[in-house]
Ligand binder design. Structure first.
Ligand code: ASN
Length: 340
């Protein structure tokens, strides 16, 4: 059983008083992935290595912080479930409530990293740094990107200047807000891009440089309290395309969806058949949010519909799940999309 293993990189009397205390929560992904050769960069085993091995691989982190590690789960990020999100969010809040923890790093798979990052951005109740990092190349690959990304994440998590900026994501020496970062490439090491106000900053010569502020509200500024939530409402995403049928909306409703995100072809545009599906779902009390499959841009307001602002479908799903834990009022839900 690899869950909740706690390892310290130093025994306690070697912990340095003057250094901040950073906890690394490991969830799996390619950063913990292993292949059969140094040139294997696809088809490797995701989430294979434990947190101890990740920490041992980057002894330089000990100069930055006293490091403790915990294994939350060991999965490919496509297997991160709502239950895991809740477990992770609750653990982060529990740790940050302690005076002995100054910051948190989360290692994660890249495929759904933006979903977990945005979830935490909405539910963490602290202004201490929470930083997600990942890798595009497995730990066994030549020029693996994981170790330096992990080092940079610990650097950010232990830095005063990272406080109060919401949940951060770092890969490739860049610092991004969880709100704006997204994966844009299947395999390249520069897969992550930050849209809207771009990156918050960069890490240069071992120092974070912040240039932009986060305008959207986050962490302590949201009403979402997961401490007592056992299950998140089911929200599904339905793609829009030429000739798309209505039955997927019916299937979602019949299978218990409380919310549906439409990954619409353009600016929240719906085909006649999609409108039929959306109306069917809305008549059953299901909340429908129009997002876009385009990848960038804001969905403009539409009379009678909730729109996702600039949140892509997978992030809109995260916000709608949380919104439905506090309200069923479409106008209030829209106000969350306008603010967060
Ligand atoms: N680069 C990665 O981490 C991809 C992997 N499939 C994951 O998301 O867990």
């Amino acid at each position: 059983n690899n869950e909740n293993v706690t390892v310290n990189n130093e025994n306690n009397n070697e912990q340095k008083e003057e250094l901040p205390n950073v906890v690394i929560l490991a969830t799996g992904g390619t950063i913990a992935g292993t292949g059969s050769s140094s040139t294997q960069t696809t088809g490797y085993k995701s989430g294979d290595l434990g947190i101890e091995t990740l920490i041992e691989a980057v002894p330089e982190m000990k100069e930055l912080a006293n490091i403790t590690g915990e294994q939350i789960v060991k999965v490919d990020s496509t297997d991160i479930t709502n239950e895991i999100l809740l477990k992770l969010g609750k653990r982060v809040n529990e740790l940050l409530a302690s005076d002995d923890v100054d910051g948190i790093v989360i290692t994660h798979g890249t495929d759904t990293l933006e979903e977990t990052a945005y979830f935490l951005n909405l539910v963490v109740k602290s202004d201490k740094p929470v930083v997600l990092t990942a890798a595009m190349r497995p730990a066994t690959a030549m020029s693996a990107d994981g170790p330096f990304n992990l080092y940079n994440a610990v650097l950010l998590a232990s830095h005063e200047s990272s406080k109060g900026k919401g949940v951060l994501v770092t890969l490739n020496d860049r610092i991004a807000s969880a709100r704006n970062i997204t994966k844009t490439n299947t395999t390249a090491t520069d897969a992550f891009k930050s849209f809207e106000n771009g990156y918050l900053g960069a890490i240069v010569a071992g120092k974070p440089y912040y240039y932009n502020n986060v305008e959207r509200l986050h962490t302590t500024e949201t009403p979402f309290d997961i401490s007592k939530i056992k299950k998140l409402p089911q929200v599904d995403i339905i793609y829009g395309y030429q000739n798309s049928p209505t039955y997927m909306y019916k299937a979602a409703v019949q299978n218990g969806a409380k919310g549906i995100i439409v990954a619409a072809p353009g600016d929240g545009t719906l085909s006649a058949k999609s409108v039929e599906g959306v109306k069917y779902a809305m008549n059953k009390g299901v909340k429908v949010v129009l997002s876009s499959r385009v990848g960038t841009g804001t969905v403009s307001p539409k009379e009678g519909y909730i729109t996702s602002d600039s949140l892509n479908p997978q992030k809109a799903r995260i916000l709608l799940m949380l919104a439905l834990t506090v309200t069923n009022d479409p106008q209030e839900i829209q106000s969350f999309f306008d603010k967060y």
